[in-house]
Design a protein around this ligand. Structure first.
Ligand code: H2B
Length: 97
């Protein structure tokens, strides 16, 4: 169920529930930039996310440059967005505080 691909309407509904994220034009992924005070804070965030991602068995695509972390979430197995992406996005928002 959690890895079932969401249609456009469900993806938009789920997006309304999380702040700061953008939906891609094809509705296949969501993305967000996180900015921290320094590299240490950015890497601490990534460490917390990494542990949560392992627990969920759901992993982000991301890039870190100094104190910025750019994240893209999608479910490769489903070829698009699923509930898991929004679950992980919510956790990331919480960890970023
Ligand atoms: N992460 C993401 N983002 N999408 C997936 O489809 C996915 C994953 N699949 N992490 C998981 C691992 C799968 O490969 C394992 C076997 O459950």
């Amino acid at each position: 169920m959690a890895r079932q691909k969401l249609d456009r309407e469900s993806a938009n509904e789920a997006l309304a529930d999380i702040g700061g994220w953008s939906l891609s034009e094809d509705c296949g992924s969501i993305s967000r930039r996180f900015e921290f005070g320094d590299f240490n804070a950015a890497f601490g965030f990534m460490s917390r996310v990494a542990m949560a991602a392992e627990k969920l068995d759901h992993h982000p695509e991301w890039k870190n440059v100094y104190k910025t972390v750019d994240v893209v979430l999608t479910t490769h197995d489903a070829g698009g967005l699923t509930e898991l992406d929004f679950k992980l996005a919510k956790k990331m928002n919480r960890f970023a505080g």
